[in-house]
Design a protein. Structure first.
Length: 342
């Protein structure tokens, strides 16, 4: 079983140059410790995402790592010209030596979308059209596209991705025609911070879509079974009490960053609960405790949710760099070997 890291790069009380350097060192350590992948969110105009241009940060990571796969989770396609983004994706695939995982999505935050002049209902059609352009770019020598939002005429493709026909794709939980569409691409599915029972519903629905689309052209050569991801915030300590004492303020600080833009519009954030105890005890999106506690709870979530590729937040909120590094090292030495054997 593969295990990745998910990261918002949410703001800390330090200079951004120091913050970026410390997080790069964190990913360097994850690379050395055998973590399979690192996934970074795209958010704009919000302290929850200090890498609003994920490709810039990933380019820096490419030069400082050797083995770990990396990518956005996800590029919000409503914010991008798809032809320019396709060039960036192809460049990153070469800069990483073919280690790029391409996360794509509609854009999860309606407040960010509204500041870009896009409604949440419009974002589905924008996503589909943008993906059509990006796929044309990856698989043709020229691109002609006459769509509702973009028009391109015989644009030459000079940079193709290193991975053929395109890097492995990740997408967030979805339903209906979009679910079938991404299954046709052989995409991995991320069910986010949802409770295990909801993750299982998403996983089962996606496996059904995977079976329906098994003969799609882009599925040739892809894995026989879909990768199902789910995010869990993890804090490990010498005792359960120590881990909880670190996790609660870290979660609350992270949530303040997550909700700031929504509150400026007079709304509450809809994605996760504000209360740490609800997230920890009822939702299960936070796992905190000794290595044994974390191991048991994470294994239970994997089994109950049908997860095949857990994505863990090990650095978030007000955790210091030393605490994040300790968290990572304890996970890699005390928990990861057990997860590998599942």
């Amino acid at each position: 079983m593969k295990v990745g890291i998910f990261d918002h790069l949410d703001r800390k009380d330090m200079a951004l140059a120091q913050f970026y350097e410390e997080r790069i060192r964190f990913v360097e350590a994850a690379d050395a410790l055998g973590i399979d992948s690192y996934h970074i969110a795209e958010h704009h105009w919000s302290p929850v995402g200090m890498a609003p241009l994920p490709g810039v940060f990933l380019g820096a990571l490419a030069a400082r790592t050797k083995r770990i796969r990396m990518g956005p989770l996800a590029y919000a396609l409503a914010f991008h010209n798809p032809m320019i983004l396709a060039e960036e994706i192809a460049m990153l695939d070469h800069l990483t030596g073919g280690r790029l995982d391409l996360g794509v999505g509609r854009g999860i935050s309606p407040w960010e979308l509204s500041m870009f002049g896009v409604t949440h209902s419009e974002s589905r059609d924008i996503f589909r059209e943008a993906m059509e352009v990006i796929l044309k770019y990856m698989t043709n020598d020229t691109v002609t596209h006459r769509g509702a939002r973009w028009k391109f005429f015989d644009v030459p493709v000079e940079i193709k991705p290193l991975q053929k026909p395109f890097p492995p794709i990740w997408y967030g939980a979805s339903t209906g025609v979009t679910r079938d569409f991404i299954a046709e691409l052989g995409a991995a599915m991320n069910a986010g911070w949802a409770p295990s029972a909801r993750v299982r519903q998403v996983a089962d629905g996606y496996r059904e879509a995977w079976a329906r689309t098994k003969d799609a052209p882009y599925r040739a050569g892809r894995a026989a079974e879909p990768a199902i991801g789910s995010v869990r915030m993890v804090v490990i300590g010498e005792t359960d009490a120590e881990a909880e004492a670190l996790a609660k303020p870290a979660y609350e600080r992270w949530y303040q960053s997550l909700e700031k833009l929504a509150h400026s519009f007079g709304h509450a954030t809809l994605f996760v609960p504000p209360d740490y105890e609800v997230s920890r005890r009822r939702i299960g999106s936070v796992i905190a405790g000794t290595p044994e506690t974390v191991r048991k709870e994470l294994v239970r979530h994997i089994e109950e949710g049908g997860v095949t590729y857990p994505l863990l937040q090990l650095a978030f909120g007000n955790l210091s760099h030393d605490q994040e590094m300790r968290n990572l090292k304890l996970f890699a030495s005390e928990v990861l070997p057990h997860i590998r054997r599942l």
